[in-house]
Design a protein around this ligand. Structure first.
Ligand code: MN
Length: 287
C-alpha cells in the first residue's frame, strides 16, 4: 500500500453517550453537538445496535428535518423509510440511505423486524448555506452497489462516499467532499490500511469491532472499540493497523466554516432561519 509523507495521529478519544431518540430507541450518540465545529461538516453520529427488540421496536415515527443530510448505514437488520416526498425504501444489511432534507422533509424510520440484531450508524452531514433550502432528495444504495476494494493483505474497504485508492465511492458531494469508508481487517496477521487525506479535512475513526491502531511517524496509538478517535489535522494521509475481525469506519470531510445553529431536527445558519423552520413545520409547509 502507498505510504504517506506524514500520517495523522489521534488528537482526542471520545466516549459516546447513551441516549434515546425517536419513540424510545436506545442508541449511543458518538458525535455530540459540542463537537460540531471541531468536526465540521459533520453534525451528529449515532450508533444503534441491539439484539433486544424492546430497544428499537418503537422506531422513529414521523418527524421533520431541514438544512442538512442524513446518512444511514445498516450493518444488520431491516428498517423501513417513508417520507413526505413520496419516497419509500427498505434499508438492510450493508445498505446505505442518503437523504438530503434540504428545505424540508417529514419521514419515518421504522424497524421491519420484531426480533434479532438491529445495528448501524446514522451520520448527519451539513449542507452549505446556499443549499439548505434545496429540494429534498433521497438515494437508497443497496449493499451490492457499494464499491469494495479488496487489498492483497486481507483489508477490504467499502467505499460509501469519496475515493479510496482510485476507487470512487457510491456517493460524491462536491461541497463537503465527504469520505465514508467501512474498513474490514480480515487477516489473522496485522495488516496496514492507508488513505490519502487533506490536512484541511476534519476526520475521525470509529472502531466498531476489535481493535485498531493509528500509526503516525512518531507513535502508535490504539483506537479502542466503540470510541471516536478524532484525528489531528496534519500531514497527507492516515495509516491504520488491524487484524482478525477488526472493523472501523473512517469519516472525513471539508469544513464549511459557516455558523451552525441547531434546534432538534433543524440545522441552519441563523436563529431566524430556525424560527422560520419551526413555523413552516407547524403550518404544514415542510411536507
Ligand atoms: Mn430522521
Amino acid at each position: 500500500m502507498s505510504t504517506h509523507t506524514l500520517s495523522r495521529s489521534i488528537e482526542t478519544l471520545i466516549q459516546g453517550q447513551a441516549t434515546s431518540d425517536g419513540a424510545g430507541v436506545k442508541l449511543t450518540r458518538v458525535l455530540t453537538q459540542d463537537l460540531q465545529n471541531r468536526l465540521d461538516p459533520f453534525l451528529m453520529l449515532d450508533l444503534f445496535g441491539s439484539g433486544s427488540a424492546n430497544d428499537y421496536i418503537a422506531g422513529f415515527p414521523d418527524h421533520p428535518h431541514r438544512g442538512f443530510e442524513t446518512v444511514t448505514y445498516m450493518l444488520a437488520g431491516r428498517m423501513r423509510h417513508n417520507d413526505s416526498a413520496g419516497n419509500t425504501g427498505l434499508l438492510q444489511n450493508g445498505g446505505v440511505q442518503w437523504m438530503t432534507a434540504g428545505r424540508g422533509v417529514i419521514h419515518s424510520e421504522m424497524p421491519e423486524q420484531e426480533e434479532g440484531l438491529l445495528k448501524g450508524f446514522q451520520l448527519w452531514l451539513n449542507l452549505p448555506s446556499q443549499q439548505k433550502m434545496c429540494a429534498p432528495s433521497y438515494q437508497d444504495i443497496q449493499t451490492e452497489l457499494i464499491p469494495e476494494v479488496k487489498h492483497d493483505n486481507g483489508v477490504v474497504v467499502r467505499v460509501i462516499a469519496g475515493e479510496h485508492h482510485q476507487q470512487k465511492g457510491a456517493v460524491q458531494k462536491p461541497q463537503t467532499n465527504p469520505l465514508y469508508l467501512d474498513i474490514h481487517f480480515l487477516s489473522d496477521d496485522t495488516a496496514n490500511f492507508s488513505q490519502a487525506l487533506s490536512a484541511q479535512h476534519n476526520a475521525f475513526v470509529f472502531v466498531y469491532s476489535g481493535e485498531v491502531t493509528v500509526v503516525s511517524q512518531q507513535k502508535k496509538q490504539v483506537a479502542p472499540l466503540n470510541q471516536m478517535a478524532i484525528l489531528k489535522n496534519e500531514g497527507d494521509g492516515v495509516v491504520l493497523k488491524g487484524r482478525g475481525n477488526a472493523r472501523a469506519i473512517l469519516i472525513a470531510g471539508q469544513p464549511l466554516n459557516e455558523p451552525i445553529v441547531q434546534y432538534g431536527p433543524f440545522v441552519m445558519n441563523t436563529k431566524e432561519q430556525i424560527i422560520q423552520a419551526m413555523e413552516d413545520y407547524r403550518a404544514g409547509r415542510l411536507a
